[in-house]
Design a protein. Structure first.
Length: 64
């Protein structure tokens, strides 16, 4: 197996992981900015998880 095929496969796996993380985010019920305030912990945890997965993705590319 070539190195490029393994990198492409791992890119797909990371893309699926990021997509699954986004599916857990819920849409607020209102249209005001204050309706977003209860969702800030979910958004913050998503951002931190995205950074964590991004670090793994970057390290994986540098490994190859």
């Amino acid at each position: 197996m070539h190195k490029g095929r393994l990198e492409a496969f791992s890119d797909g796996v990371f893309a699926i992981i990021i997509t699954i993380m986004v599916l857990e985010m819920k849409v607020p019920h209102g249209t005001e900015v204050r309706d977003l305030l209860p969702l800030w912990p979910v958004f913050l945890s998503y951002v931190l998880s995205l950074v964590y997965v991004g670090i793994y993705w970057n390290n994986h590319h540098h490994m190859f």
